[in-house]
Design a protein around this ligand. Sequence first.
Ligand SMILES: [Zn+2]
Length: 330
Amino acid sequence: MGEDLEKLKQRLPLLDYLRQQNWVARPAGNGREFVGLCPLHAEIGPSFYVNARKNLFYCHGCGQGGDLLRFVQLSRHLSFRQSLAYLEQHSAPPADPAAVLEQATTFYQQQLDRYPEALCYLKQRGLHDPGTIQELRIGYAPGGSLRRHLTAQGYSCDLLRRLGLINSHGHDAFYRRVIFPCCQHGRVINLYGRSIAKAFAHRFLPGSKGGLYAWEQVQQCPEVILVEGLFDYAALWQAGFRHLTCAFGTHLNAYQFRQLCDRPRTVYLTFDVDANGSGQQASQRLAQRLRAQGISTRRVLLPEGHDPNSFLIQGGDATQFQALLEAARP
Ligand SMILES: [Zn+2]
């Protein structure tokens, strides 16, 4: 509580608060001192002083003095706790989900280098290039520290809960997960979390995932490579391919499908080649639907048992992948 109060007072300096309440003041002497009429008692001559450096007030008329919280208690006739709640609400940043997710993304990015297990996991998945990690803004959620970080910036637990960043018990929702932000129109709209322990499935926050991943970067390209997973995307990005997008699976939603069809183009379907053939069946069905919309398709055939990520981890390189693209048939 003490620490939160200090942060709150830094975020909302007393002088700023008073000015928001229409307190009119003039500089008093040197230093950062100001004087004006006392908002706490009726007077004709100004005797209310604010020291902006110390963040304190004192009135020579009524003898009251203290910090921002004390001022709110006196001026609004609230208890200490009520004043604190009032100020937390008053100083909270606007409840813009994209701004919160942006903050969360930056926080997770900062954590990545501090946790060797996260870097080790990325390396196992073939991602070692710091440039790629930076460009895709890949981060790490160790769990247990995001809530503290965001509430210290004034975001309410209620907002974090609504976005799914914390669960109903108030704990961080992402725990030991590598994080990829998903953006639309330059704003983060969701986060993808891949558990570094094999036991847990990947997950997103409850809100919309938007359309295809990073679609705006490739929308103009006459040829686009479509992959299933973000690690496939990242591995190909690292290998130097840029005309890429990802559908977060093999089943495109209606919006993603419309995106692919929004102008004539060639789509290289690069789904997993699993032993049971499910990736290829999905690829075939999607190719048919796309062709029906006038989109030309090529099905990229990776060696059996591979996705683009595993193909590149196990020694495949950009030239070999390029050869697969060129060999791809409708
Ligand atoms: Zn006074």
